[in-house]
Design a protein around this ligand. Structure first.
Ligand SMILES: O=C(O)CCC(=O)C(=O)O
Length: 234
């Protein structure tokens, strides 16, 4: 966690750009209704069905976004963790994550590598809070240390969420940490770290900018979604 990593002027510019693209419906976007997570509208035709969950391809949404993704205050810590040659994945995260009032959903306990395909499960996501994030507006919770645990398929459901009915998973979930984020705070987290988030019970949209990085010698597997768009060398 890096507190106050983005200064106020950068934050307000990013936030204004995100709000304007959200209001304009600038695609590509992922909609709450697409995922069927708890609390999401049942379909795109249902009330709230056009609620965006993510504004996708943030890196290609203008210099404000791409400059942040490549900023030294993001990339230098990543060099320490991943090695000197850092790549930005444009296939994963690379989005403005939104949590909108009324129609936002709950995201169960998962680790991001579940749907990603790389030679090694060594990627790091960087989550920038564009506003305050706290339990009532659906902030993230983490299970610290789970990046280093082997949690086998029997402990996961068919969509690869942690099964909350199992006592061993309940014990793990009891270790949760829910850091409140202030605008400009950044969380760096491993692709094997389990995390979850609630829905937004406030009347203000929550916005976060999220990117994922890997080492240059950790290639996406050919033919997978991870390889569908080239990564950016930083
Ligand atoms: O904010 C959320 O609902 C969850 C985001 C998340 O866990 C993810 O995108 O991997």
């Amino acid at each position: 966690m890096a507190r106050g990593r983005a200064p106020a002027d950068r934050l307000s510019a990013l936030r204004a750009q995100a709000m304007s693209q959200l209001a304009a419906g600038t695609g590509p976007a992922e909609y709450e209704a697409d995922l069927h997570y708890p609390g999401a509208p049942a379909s795109r035709a249902a009330p709230g069905g056009n609620t965006a969950r993510r504004l996708l391809q943030a890196y290609d949404r203008g210099a404000l976004f791409s400059d942040w993704a490549a900023a030294p205050e993001v990339v230098e810590p990543l060099r320490q963790l991943l090695g000197p040659a850092v790549m930005l994945s444009r296939a994963h995260h690379n989005c403005v994550m939104t949590k909108q009032p009324r129609y936002s959903s709950v995201t169960g306990w998962h680790h991001d590598i579940r749907y990603w395909s790389f030679q090694r499960p060594e990627l790091i996501s960087v989550w920038l809070a564009l506003g305050r994030e706290y339990p009532d507006n659906g902030c993230l919770s983490f299970l610290p240390g789970t990046h280093a645990l082997e949690i086998g398929p029997p402990r996961l459901d068919s969509e690869l969420f942690l099964r909350e009915d199992l006592p061993e998973n309940q014990a793990l979930i009891a270790t949760r940490e829910t850091p409140e984020l202030q605008p400009g705070d950044v969380v760096f987290f491993h692709c094997r770290t389990f995390h979850a988030a609630g829905s937004n019970h406030t009347d203000a949209v929550k916005l976060s900018l999220v990117h994922t990085y890997h080492a240059a010698d950790n290639h996406p597997l050919p033919g997978t979604r991870s390889a569908s768009v080239p990564s950016v060398r930083l």
